[in-house]
Design a protein around this ligand. Structure first.
Ligand code: XUL
Ligand code: CO
Length: 438
């Protein structure tokens, strides 16, 4: 196997003053922050689909990048060339993990039995590369949205035959995840939603999705999968309304169907903003419910209302993300760059620039989040903000032992409220700025 990214050396940390575009400015893997190395805090992953498959096609134009890696597309040679390219790419960047859909790693055949045979063959090859390099699998998943059979959804389909196909793909993808020792298995509800309620039985569809997930958990556990299952919430696109709208909705669904012990959230930044939330909101909601599992690290665009999957460069966002992650005690999963180069960024160098940007953005976010926590002013403010509840009566309320009548009597005794503490948002934002730009 010959080198594919010939002009690209191994990417090293050179510091923020370096003018070398092929170097890290902030990601210094061995630097220790709050007792752990950056590499331990930030288990980065490469998304097979964006990095090795997507080549720039959009609604208005075809590929701009060459991702053939010297082989004919649609062949097993090409599938292997992508493995070679992917492992060389990850090794050069020091990325420890990858994530994949079944159809990212082989061309789908006409018959699922042949597709599965191809999957066995390619994962043998991937395993060899994993053993050679020490690179690991973060999570696997089944693509149940591209093939036309899934036009009405997979778990939410109206057609029993399609439901069986979804089951077959999930079964195989879990087997592959176990074979590659993946830490997680993802359900992103590609077309699990609807375009119009006029043709949709929402209850029926949601029950079927839950059943499919239950079968997946049972099967996964029966073949030794010990990792987490994840739901990756997204409010819309491709469907007008997707059932896993946001973290709160997905968590409610999991609890309703008794799946909450086996599942956590895989939170994607761009999906959060599509749902009208901040990235930080989705992380916080997952964390306070004990379900912050993994992250799809990317960002959207304020001017565009769709999932642009850009490489993250917004350090406010990455700092507030890392603030949530540090406070939650880290992730069980990792940081998967579910991100793609812009269409005109179509060279091999651009593939590296995308990851250098993303890794540096999260490294800087980690540095700044640790400074915020060590500074302590924000945490202290939040703690003090609720200090009135430290009283006897406050404790009684927190313990669920107070009555409405008792509290009303206290209010009547006071006659009116004299003192409500200020929220201090501007002051806190200014602290954040002073730490970000110190
Ligand atoms: C789509 C998306 C997916 C999932 C995996 O918006 O994020 O690529 O991450 O299916
Ligand atoms: Co994603």
């Amino acid at each position: 196997m010959s080198e594919i990214f010939k002009n690209i050396p191994k990417i090293k940390y050179e510091g923020s003053r370096s003018r070398n575009p092929l170097s890290f400015k902030y990601y210094d893997p061995d630097r220790v922050i709050m007792g752990k190395t950056m590499k331990e805090h930030l288990p980065f992953a490469m998304a097979w689909w964006h990095n090795l498959c997507a080549a720039g096609t959009d609604m208005f134009g075809r590929d701009t990048a060459d991702k053939s890696f010297g082989a004919e597309k649609g062949t097993m040679e090409h599938a292997k060339a992508k493995v070679d390219a992917g492992f060389e790419f990850m090794t050069k960047l020091g990325i420890e993990y990858f994530c994949f859909h079944d159809v990212d790693i082989v061309p789908e055949a006409d018959d699922i039995k042949e597709t599965n045979r191809r999957l066995d063959e390619i994962t043998d090859y991937i395993l060899e590369k994993m053993n050679e390099t020490g690179i690991k699998c973060l999570w696997g998943t089944a693509n149940m949205f591209s093939n036309p059979r899934f036009m009405n959804g997979a778990g939410s389909t109206n057609t029993l035959d399609v439901y069986c196909f979804a089951a077959a793909q999930i079964k195989k993808a879990i087997e592959l995840t176990v074979k590659l020792k993946g830490k997680g298995y993802v359900f992103w509800g590609g077309r699990e939603g609807y375009e119009t309620l006029l043709n949709t039985d929402v209850k029926f569809e949601q029950e079927n999705i839950a059943s499919l997930m239950k079968m997946a958990v049972e099967y996964g556990r029966s073949i030794g999968f010990e990792g987490d299952f994840y739901i990756e919430p997204k409010p819309k696109e491709p469907m007008k309304h997707q059932y896993d709208f946001d973290a709160a909705t997905a968590i409610g669904f999991l609890r309703q169907y008794g799946l909450d012990k086996d599942f956590k959230m895989n939170i994607e930044a761009n999906h959060a903003t599509l749902a009208g939330h901040t990235f930080q909101h989705e992380l916080r909601i997952s964390a306070i419910n004990g379900m912050l599992g993994s992250i799809d690290a990317n960002q959207g665009d304020y001017l565009l209302g769709w999932d642009t999957d850009e490489f993250p460069f917004d350090v406010y966002e990455s700092t507030l993300c890392m603030y949530e992650v540090l406070k939650a005690g880290g992730l069980t999963g990792g940081f998967n760059f579910d991100a793609k180069n812009r269409r005109p960024s179509n060279t091999y160098e651009d593939m590296f620039y995308g990851f250098i940007l993303g890794m540096d953005t999260f490294a800087l976010g980690l540095i700044k989040a640790a400074e915020l926590i060590e500074d302590g002013r924000i945490d202290e403010f939040v703690k003090n903000r609720y200090s009135s509840f430290d009283s006897q009566l406050g404790k009684k309320i927190r313990d669920g032992k107070a009555t409405l009548a008792e509290l009303a009597a206290v209010a009547e005794e006071m006659g009116n409220v004299r003192d409500v503490a200020a929220g201090r948002q501007e002051n806190l934002e200014s602290i954040l700025n002073s730490i970000l730009f110190s």
